[in-house]
Design a protein around this ligand. Structure first.
Ligand SMILES: [Zn+2]
Length: 251
């Protein structure tokens, strides 16, 4: 998996473990090339290629805030994250992904379809599978402060700051740990770090919803991985730059 904890020793997955993560932020001052990396030569220039998998063309985002802290001390930031999605899903951030449209699948602006704060993983009432498929495209799950997410042999704040994946190729989700460490704030405020990592996973989920089967670069990963922790402002929000094949740079 992409992992900037070990600069120059990036390991990208074969299809066995294609989950894409937001790597921890590493200050430039400690980004020293390793002897191994020097021997391996320069990383190839980024160029995403399309692998014929699905794209999310008009994304519908549903946020899930998991843990009682989201109802109490953290309720303001949960509200702010929802406002962030309401704004950013109809912003230039989504427009810039238009270059990754393919015939019959035009990537266009989306919307937030709802939000939920849950305190247990158990659903209290039944919901049909068909209902779920019609209601939701992309779940963003925010785990409350102090709880780490373990995935693929690593953990949040130790190996990653977020990731996205698919369930049964139909329901897509992004797992967002609370940025409770310097590696996952990258010098930003907690909220700006959350919107930066959220925009990273949002753009990747749209252009590569089944990791590795959409727009992908075997050496450099997905659209957001190439530009990890490079940010800009859209409106009042901090978002991450994303790779543009057309511009041949992060935009
Ligand atoms: Zn990524």
């Amino acid at each position: 998996m992409a992992n900037d904890l070990h600069p120059g020793k990036k390991i990208y997955p074969a299809h066995g473990d294609p989950i894409r993560i937001v790597p921890l932020h590493v200050p430039d001052s400690v980004r020293q090339p390793t002897a191994e990396a020097a021997a391996a030569g320069p990383t190839p220039a980024p160029q995403l290629t399309f692998r014929n998998g699905p794209l999310i063309t008009a994304v519908e985002v549903f946020t899930i805030f998991w843990g009682p802290a989201w109802q109490a001390a953290q309720s303001a930031i949960a509200t702010q994250i929802n406002q962030f999605f309401d704004f950013i899903l109809t912003s230039s951030l989504i427009d810039q992904l238009g270059e990754y449209s393919v015939p019959g699948h035009q990537i266009s602006q989306g919307k937030r379809t709802g939000t939920l704060t849950i305190t247990t993983p158990r659903l209290r009432h039944s919901v049909s599978d068909r209902g779920i498929q019609h209601m939701l495209q992309l779940y963003f799950v925010y785990v409350q402060p102090g709880v780490r997410i373990v995935q693929g042999g690593g953990a949040s704040c130790q190996a990653f700051c977020g990731y996205h994946n698919d369930m049964s190729s139909q329901i897509f989700y992004a797992a967002m740990p609370y940025p409770g460490c310097g590696g996952c704030t990258g010098g930003l405020s907690v909220f700006d770090a959350l919107t930066s990592t959220s925009s990273h996973e949002l753009c990747e989920a749209i252009t590569d919803p089944i990791p590795g089967l959409g727009w992908y670069d075997d050496a450099n990963g997905e659209i957001g991985d190439i530009c990890a922790w490079k940010t800009k402002k859209i409106g009042q929000y901090t978002v991450q730059l994303e790779w543009s094949n057309q511009a041949n740079q992060c935009v």
